[in-house]
Ligand binder design. Structure first.
Ligand code: HEC
Length: 162
């Protein structure tokens, strides 16, 4: 084989590898595993156990928000911080890698945004001791809950995979 020929083959191999990497990043980081829902939302397709992990986290959000509202009503910023902290980025790191690969990038971005907000709410409640500020921040954060729910649903059974 001439040198020129083998160089061409090397480049072809490098090109194929790069394409594969781009494809994998697209699939596992950007697109996730999704289909279309009857109500126009994007359906994320998860194993039943993975769906349970996500929904469990969601219910913790709801429990936390209820607790923070009650604490804000008492003007108890310290209690708000205590409830918000475990909902912060520390919780996000518990998500298994296999599950993360099935979530679209926009979903992960919104989800991270909510966790970061809870860290901020905890930090500010502790630093400023102002329950009204916490209430305002909670209202802003909940726009992300609303936005994500308007866009996505989760199905435990595979439908039209895209
Ligand atoms: C990144 C997207 C995203 C964000 C952000 C988000 N959710 Fe969800 N949530 C979902 C999806 C998707 C479902 C499943 C809905 C479905 O399948 O119809 C869900 C379901 C839920 C459920 C139902 C849980 C169950 O057991 O069925 C609750 C409660 C909930 N979310 C609360 C919240 C609250 C409160 C927030 C904000 C603090 C929030 N979520 C933020 C995507 C999100």
């Amino acid at each position: 084989m001439t040198t020129k020929k083998s160089v061409t083959i090397y480049w072809a191999i490098i090109g194929l590898l790069l394409l594969t990497i781009v494809g994998l990043v697209l699939k596992f980081v950007v697109l996730g595993r999704t289909g279309a829902a009857a109500d126009g939302r994007v359906t994320i397709l998860l194993e039943p156990s993975e769906r349970a992990v996500v929904l469990n986290e969601m219910r913790q959000f709801l429990v936390g928000i209820q607790g923070m509202l009650a604490a804000a009503d008492r003007g108890d910023a310290a209690a708000i911080a205590k409830i918000a902290r475990p909902l912060g980025m520390a919780a996000a790191h518990n998500v298994p890698a296999g599950l993360a690969a099935k979530l679209p990038l926009e979903f992960k971005t919104l989800g991270h945004g909510v966790h970061e907000d809870f860290d901020r709410i905890a930090m500010d409640a502790e630093a400023m001791n102002d329950a009204r500020l916490s209430l305002h921040q909670l209202g802003e954060t909940m726009k992300k809950c609303v936005a994500c729910h308007a866009t996505y649903q989760i199905a435990a059974t595979p439908v039209a995979v895209r």
